[in-house]
Design a protein around this ligand. Sequence first.
Ligand SMILES: Nc1nc2c(ncn2[C@@H]2O[C@H](COP(=O)(O)OP(=O)(O)OP(=O)(O)O)[C@@H](O)[C@H]2O)c(=O)[nH]1
Ligand SMILES: [Mg+2]
Length: 140
Amino acid sequence: MKKVMFVGETRVGKSSLIRALSGEEYTSHRAMAVEYVGRFVNTPGEFLENSWFYNALITTSADCDMLVFVQDATRGSSLFPPLFAPIFNRRVVGVVSKVDAPEADVARAERFLNNAGARDIVYASVVTGEGLDTLAEMIG
Ligand SMILES: Nc1nc2c(ncn2[C@@H]2O[C@H](COP(=O)(O)OP(=O)(O)OP(=O)(O)O)[C@@H](O)[C@H]2O)c(=O)[nH]1
Ligand SMILES: [Mg+2]
């Protein structure tokens, strides 16, 4: 099975997605550390939010097969730099998270992910379960 690394700002729903996909009762520790949950690699939001941690993301991605960029549909901004995805030299799937939320703007979130260089986009919610099968299929 492919090893998949999750990248996204704090509180966008990375741990919730990993929990839903792995079925494991995994509780994140909110520490600034990379966490390994089976085949999933969870990275701290701070690694995306501070550019001096980009190297940590790149290093951590070295033994991963694929990346998931998570953009919260309820957020009016994004810290994914333009053309971030190609830096990793891996397949990058973009996930628009929290699509169930009333204030979700899916098109806006998709634009942020496209700007970051993610072309395959999945719309997901761990509340309704939307998109989880599609995501599971995409990451193989
Ligand atoms: N409505 C809604 N809320 C969600 C969804 N996914 C996650 N949340 C909520 O968003 C908050 C953050 O979720 P986490 O999974 O902890 O996010 P995270 O990216 O792992 O956060 P950090 O580890 O702090 O960086 C929690 O309160 C979740 O309940 C979703 O699909 N829909
Ligand atoms: Mg988390």
